[in-house]
Design a protein. Structure first.
Length: 549
């Protein structure tokens, strides 16, 4: 064991159990006081965020604030949420984006506070509609991407003398991003229509919090315009994703930008076609018709001629008139054949890409770095051509379809707004952390004052008491020299010309440490002898003379 550590252990043993207990108690008190001061001074000041919340809202608010890294606390009543001072506005804006708190959307619990005494049918109907609106709004908020929702339902009154019955209607306002709101609009319409009796989906209007109409009138799912827009966006996003995957590992995500415009034909087509095969005829039936006609005609009267007007000696009369006969035969044969036919009906509800326009901008500095220090414009243009070929392969480029690809290498402009916002962010952060910095400085000051005015005097007192006790217990034949005498001995040693010897003010670090922990009297006397033997002998003679008297 080193000599210094052994000396420390011996000095601690020399204190005795009582003084060691006192020193341990002082150390524990100091540590406790420092810990309490650190916790108290570093604890941020809290401001009230919301009061009168439900337990469900408190849990949701706690999750959102915890994910955002905002310190918060809940009061003992469980209905009040507190946040660090200076972060109230930020917390409220964050919670507003999430649609919290939702306690204002009252549901069927409204009937818990409604008394039956003095309640009219009109009040019951209004309470029922409010409860239905609140429950539907809560359900809509559970849809992914929807942060807040509010529902208005119009239920017409029944009239006995009305010819036409009015249909109920509803309107929904949601807070969501553009893509999420557009995607959830149809589902929200059907949800509201199914929850309200007699309400059709075409009577439900869905709007965004920014005033954008998401769904109205006929079903948006069957709208050709909405379908065309959605297909174009989907195709463009898919092609842009393919470009990013192809160029990200080569250039890096920050060294290129890609934009795709896709012209898509989403017209529904129905084609019907009947095909006959004359080579595969089959005789199905044969019909033969035979007809035979025979007729004879004879006239009894003679026909009128010129000879009847001429005088003749003897008139001759013929009793038989002209005769005629007719005979005809007819044969008709009909053969029916069964032909092989095929009927094809094709219905197409897909889409066809008619044209692609692709624009890619590449950071010129990145290409120069890839080529090397001696990069020439021709080499950069060659790399641009390679990138164009790669983009054409990744996007399914077809020249005969009229597709266009443009790849350009330009100098990217640094984002100055980000630099300005970074500078402002540092100042803003320092402004927000001013309270914490002040608390930390106050904590350091308190610890310093506690050590300087508390721990140091106690340690000095305990050390002085131990030195007095040691001197009292020392042998009378070897009186204990005082500090003044040792200082005088050291000064005399310096005066006698021993300037090179290490005095009390020129001690080595180890000797200074041993001096501070009060070494035993024997070591102190040996050191005095080493410093100046004559001076030490004079001091000893003086002590002996004082003891003799």
């Amino acid at each position: 064991m080193p000599k210094q550590i052994q000396a420390i252990i011996d000095n601690l043993r020399a204190f005795g159990p009582r003084r060691l207990a006192i020193m341990g108690g002082v150390l524990a008190a100091v540590l406790a006081l420092v810990s309490v001061a650190a916790i108290y001074l570093n604890r941020p000041a809290y401001e009230t965020l919301y009061v009168g919340l439900e337990r469900q809202d408190v849990n949701q608010i706690g999750l959102v604030l915890g994910e955002a890294g905002i310190d918060f606390d809940v009061a003992s009543d469980g209905t009040t949420v507190l946040v660090a001072a200076g972060k109230t506005a930020k917390a409220r804006m964050l919670l507003a984006e999430k649609g919290l708190p939702t306690s204002a959307n009252a549901g069927y619990e409204l009937f818990d506070n409604v008394g039956s005494l003095g309640l009219t049918s009109f009040m019951q109907q209004i309470t029922r509609v409010r409860a239905l609106e609140g429950e539907i709004a809560r359900t809509i908020q559970t849809i992914q991407g929807v942060r807040a929702a509010r529902v208005h339902i119009v239920l017409p009154e029944r009239g006995n003398f009305r010819r036409e019955e009015q249909q109920p209607s509803a309107s929904v306002v949601i807070r969501a991003s553009g893509a999420d709101g557009q995607r959830s609009a149809a589902a929200i319409r059907h949800l509201v229509a199914a929850a309200v009796p007699g309400l059709g989906a075409d009577k439900v209007t869905v709007l965004d919090s920014s005033g954008v109409l998401l769904a109205s009138g006929e079903d948006m799912a069957n709208s050709s315009l909405a379908r065309s827009f959605e297909v174009e966006q989907s195709v463009s996003s898919g092609i842009e994703g393919s470009i990013r995957q192809a160029l990200a590992s080569y250039l890096g995500m920050d060294n290129f930008r890609a934009t795709v415009r896709a012209d898509v034909n989403t017209d529904s087509r129905q084609t019907e076609e009947t095909i006959y095969d004359p080579d595969s005829r089959v005789e199905r039936s044969v019909q033969v018709v035979k007809a035979s006609d025979s007729s004879a005609q004879q006239s009894a009267a003679s026909p009128a001629t010129v000879e009847q007007n001429l005088p003749q000696p003897t008139a001759q009369s013929d009793s038989q008139g002209p005769k005629s006969s007719e005979q005809s035969d007819r044969r008709e044969e009909t053969t029916n054949y069964e032909l092989n036919s095929k009927h094809v009906a094709t219905v197409s509800n897909g889409y066809t890409i008619t044209r692609l326009s692709i624009a890619v901008v590449v950071n010129k500095q990145r290409l120069a770095d890839l080529i090397g220090k001696d990069a020439t414009p021709d080499q950069i243009q060659a790399r641009v051509s390679e990138i164009e070929t790669l983009v054409a392969s990744a996007t399914g480029y077809k020249k005969d379809r009229g597709d266009v690809i443009t790849v350009s290498a330009v100098e990217f402009v640094p984002d100055e707004d980000q630099a300005v916002s970074a500078g402002a962010g540092i100042l803003h952060t320092l402004g927000q952390q001013t309270g914490t910095i002040i608390n930390a400085a106050a904590f350091v000051v308190v610890v310093f004052l506690l050590v300087w005015f508390g721990l140091r005097p106690v340690t000095s007192a305990l050390t002085g008491g131990r030195a007095g006790e040691t001197e009292a217990e020392a042998p009378r034949a070897l009186p204990q020299p005082s500090d003044a005498q040792m200082a005088g001995a050291g000064a005399a040693a310096l005066t006698d010309g021993s300037a090179g010897a290490p005095g009390p003010l020129q001690m080595a670090p180890v000797e200074d440490f041993l001096q501070r922990i009060k070494p035993p009297p024997q070591e102190r006397l040996a050191r005095m002898v080493d410093l100046n033997e004559e001076r030490t002998a004079q001091i000893l003679r003086k002590w002996v003379a004082q003891e003799a008297t």
